[in-house]
Design a protein. Structure first.
Length: 403
């Protein structure tokens, strides 16, 4: 099979200008540092990036508004420096305001926009910078900014839908844990004291509940510390290559929620790859960027496998098929796009399809999860109450033996 490089005038211009400047692709510059990574290198790199993002985290809605306003101002004829200064003055988020001021200052000193943004990786990710660079080199920065703003708006909307479906059961489980802790720490010990004074013989379930209550009450601080320690260890494990792969693989196999996460990945992959190719970014650099932003180690590996097949001369659809992680509908649309020369618009249709799947699943889950979670929480509390009051059925015998 012949490799489909999606060779557009913009792509050729990017390759030509990047080649003159440094002899390697500015978007795909990570290839320069290709070398076998040790386990420690991988962990330290991920930890450093995570801490950087935590320190400089900016809400996605702020980034969406900034991109849309910058596109509008730039289209109206304002210079980048003036546009950035205006947006910085109006920005309410303190950290983002400082970032915009630094970007505007770099522009004033002669930097181009992509290089100025690249100095703030915790705010602007690789995709954002790559698209801005593509817009600069192809002379269509305003169009790219407009597409990027639309993409970020759609991403924000999808994220909110997925989070709304996932947050509800998490909140309910959190409430359930609090209720159980209150019962174990305050209510069960009181009943235990009463039963002890009456000399009641506790049935097996009640004895187990009292034992758990004693453990929680006597070692409450240690238990909370162990929970926080376990969460920290899991977070650090997820930062490693193998640990992250195992956790992400588990999430994908989780009933119902795994399917939702998978569909959201399909949508993000199709939409992002379509934008990159439509902006003139070459295929290999686009695939490298997809690995960095897909947000799941299982699909990072699959994209890496597909990238190697593309290097060997396969077209995109055939390479994705060899990765064995992408659905037939996406592969068919990609193949059709390669044959017709409209791969970006066909990938956009794929993104729309899986976006509708996400919307449909979120709607169904929202309508089903609420009554199910109420029944589950009620059932758990009922079990604890029944087990707690179970010795009362023997209270007559206990009082007679006490007399």
């Amino acid at each position: 099979m012949a490799e489909n490089k999606v060779s557009t005038p913009a792509a050729e211009e990017i390759a030509r200008k990047n080649g003159k400047k440094s002899g390697l692709s500015g978007i795909d510059k990570q290839k320069k540092d290709e070398r076998p990574k040790q386990w420690g290198d991988d962990f330290i790199e991920e930890l450093s990036l995570s801490l950087t993002k935590m320190r400089s985290r900016v809400p996605l809605k702020n980034l969406v508004f900034f991109t849309r306003q910058l596109s509008t101002m730039f289209a109206a004829g304002l210079t980048l420096e003036k546009s950035l200064n205006n947006l910085a003055n109006e920005e309410k988020h303190t950290k983002f305001k400082k970032v915009l001021q630094k970007v505007a200052n770099d522009i004033r000193k002669g930097s181009n926009l992509s290089d100025a943004l690249d100095r703030h990786p915790g705010v602007f990710n690789s995709l954002y910078i790559a698209l801005v660079k593509a817009g600069e080199l192809s002379g269509s920065l305003q169009t790219i900014l407009d597409q990027l703003a639309t993409y970020l708006e759609n991403t924000h909307e999808t994220n909110q839908k997925v989070k709304s479906a996932l947050y509800y059961p998490i909140i309910v489980f959190g409430f359930l844990i609090v209720v159980i802790l209150v019962m174990l720490v305050f209510i069960v010990p009181k009943f235990s004291d009463v039963y002890t004074q009456l000399g009641a013989k506790l049935p097996g379930p009640t004895q187990a509940l009292v034992h758990i209550s004693n453990l929680v009450t006597d070692h409450f601080v240690a238990a909370i510390g162990m929970v926080f320690l376990a969460v920290l260890i899991l977070w650090m494990i997820r930062l490693t290559r193998r640990g992250g792969y195992a956790v992400d693989g588990f999430l994908l196999k989780f009933p119902v929620f795994g399917t939702l996460i998978t569909y959201s990945i399909y949508q993000k992959f199709s939409k992002t790859l379509g934008i990159l190719l439509g902006a003139g970014v070459p295929v290999i650099p686009s695939m490298h960027l997809m690995r960095r932003i897909v947000g799941n180690r299982v699909y990072e590996k699959a994209i890496g496998i597909a990238t190697e097949f593309i290097r060997d001369g396969y077209n995109i659809s055939a390479a994705l098929r060899h990765a064995e992680k992408f659905p037939a509908i996406m592969l068919q649309l990609t193949s059709t796009g390669e044959e017709t020369g409209e791969i970006d618009s066909l990938l956009d249709k794929s993104a729309d399809f899986y976006g509708k799947q996400v919307d449909s699943m979120v709607s169904r889950m929202t309508s089903l999860i609420e009554p199910l979670m109420i029944m589950f929480v009620g059932g758990m509390i009922l079990v604890i109450l029944v087990v707690t009051y179970l010795p009362i059925f023997y209270i007559g015998q206990a009082m007679r033996s006490g007399m």
